[in-house]
Design a protein around this ligand. Structure first.
Ligand code: F0G
Length: 445
């Protein structure tokens, strides 16, 4: 038993605290919240987690999320008692995170120009709904169930809605998904329909859909499961947990993600902060966030490309006015996020402050890649026999770009997260038909 869990505002000088049953996604001053734990888990749990890989019939050991349940025990239950776990923990029969681990992919390594032994790519697309979202949705829906929510609500570029719809259907609760009309991959839209979610089409982009869904959730008693929900972040911590466990808890030099709303960046940062504080890892891997060129808010602000000021967490005193001025600038100039990788077509990353905190803690970096680069990254992963979607291709080409710039060094060990599987069937077809593309294998007749 981990002891008392509670919620705390992320801004140190605010620091408001709330009971774990609170469904607020922010404190009363409008700052995001963290799930906090009073107890410090013993590193001996590493052995317990390892042993659970032989699940002995327990879905909570099979699950790549709940296998680490002592590190996310916000339900404050006896984690060894399977009956108690069944009463509280939401799981798709142990499938979330079950198939996720890092792999070597030699063709991707050759393309990047890194030694095969130094590159690990972790496909999260083999989760039951086809993306990393299931890691965090299992935990968010667990909290929703804990507080007796009747309806979960999210905005989505597609994967969140698929995951939310799937878990809601499995738990017998309602689910409303707000999607930017016409801007999500057909396979993702069809999943939301298939799982019986109520689709709400928003005339606008993801940022507009998120705003509307947050308002409606508040006004009509919905439980928000977007990554602004701190319990989503808890489940997504298991993505780096699995990678680190696979590397025998020897921290790599880098962990690389595509960047959208920055839930992943935030959860990886929180996982690393906790592990380091508990003495489970001795070295802090650097996080690299790869934005699309067409939706580059984090990269622009972090690299000082707006008003020549590099936006930093600054020990909990970030210049939030700079962010507001950047958003005003986007609005005034009519700049809308635009990329063919619709999963990360996001202009206002809701977790930007947690993302900045993660980058500060890990001495991280942010950069951008183009649509055609992402397609190459996606395609070279395919040539290793693994599936991923275009946004995930950003990880591969982001690593390549950072190596080319000498930021990632030749001998560095790099873990890249491939966030989701292909749900837009025509993207690879069109890519391979065009002989000009680097990895194209055009059809023959
Ligand atoms: N990769 C994929 C495949 C995604 O679906 C997303 C986000 C990201 C990367 C970005 O991750 O938000 O943690 O920085 N998709 C969300 C959705 C927004 O609604 O499905 P992030």
């Amino acid at each position: 038993m981990q002891g008392d869990a509670y919620l705390k505002c992320i801004i140190p000088k605010c620091g408001l605290e709330y009971p774990i049953e609170s469904t607020n996604v922010q404190c009363e001053k409008g700052h995001l919240l963290d799930v906090k734990y009073k107890n410090k888990p013993s590193p001996e749990l590493k052995e317990v987690f390892y042993k659970r890989r032989n699940s002995e019939g327990s879905i909570f050991n099979e699950s790549g999320v709940w296998r680490f349940r002592e590190l996310l025990n916000f339900c404050q239950i006896d984690t060894e008692n399977i009956e108690e776990c069944s009463k509280y923990l939401v799981s798709l029969d142990g499938a979330e995170g079950r198939q996720s681990k890092p792999y070597h992919m030699s063709k991707a390594a050759d393309f990047i120009g890194i030694a095969n032994d130094n590159l690990w790519l972790q496909p999260e697309g083999y989760n039951p709904s086809g993306s990393f979202k299931d890691n965090g949705m299992a935990t968010a829906v667990t909290h929703a169930k804990m507080v007796g929510a009747k309806k979960i609500v999210c905005a989505s570029t597609g994967n969140t809605s698929a995951s939310a719809g799937m878990f809601a259907a499995n738990e017998g609760i309602n689910c409303d998904v707000y999607i930017p009309a016409g801007q999500i991959a057909p396979g993702k839209l069809s999943q939301a329909y298939q799982f019986g979610a109520q689709i709400v089409e928003v005339d606008g982009n993801f940022d507009d859909a998120l705003k509307q869904s947050l308002d409606d959730a508040q006004n009509y008693d919905g439980y928000t499961v977007n990554s602004v929900n701190p319990f989503r972040i808890e489940g997504q911590k298991t993505i780096p947990f699995r990678a680190l466990e696979y590397l025998n808890w020897e921290a790599p030099d880098w962990i690389v993600y595509p960047g959208g709303a920055l839930g992943n960046t935030s959860s990886c940062g929180k996982a690393l902060m906790e592990l380091y504080e508990w003495g489970w890892i001795k070295k802090i891997p650097r996080i690299a966030v790869i934005n699309s060129e067409g939706a580059s808010t984090l990269s622009d602000l972090y690299n000082g490309e707006f008003e020549n000021e590099k936006l930093r967490w600054n020990k909990g005193n970030p210049n939030t006015e700079l962010i507001s001025r950047y958003y005003d600038h986007l609005d005034n100039e009519g700049i809308r996020p635009k990329t063919k990788a619709t999963a990360i077509q996001i202009g206002r990353p809701a977790n930007i402050l947690k993302g900045l905190r993660a980058l500060e803690f890990t001495n991280g970096v942010a950069t951008t890649v183009s649509d055609s680069e992402m397609l190459d990254g996606m395609s070279v992963v395919g040539l290793n026999g693994f599936d991923c979607e275009m946004a995930s291709g950003a990880t591969v080409v982001g690593i390549k770009k950072l190596m080319g710039e000498g930021i990632i060094k030749k001998d560095d060990v790099v873990v890249g997260i491939l966030t989701g599987r292909q749900k837009d069937a025509m993207i690879p077809v069109d890519y391979h038909k065009n002989t000009e593309n680097t990895f194209a294998i055009p059809p023959r007749n």
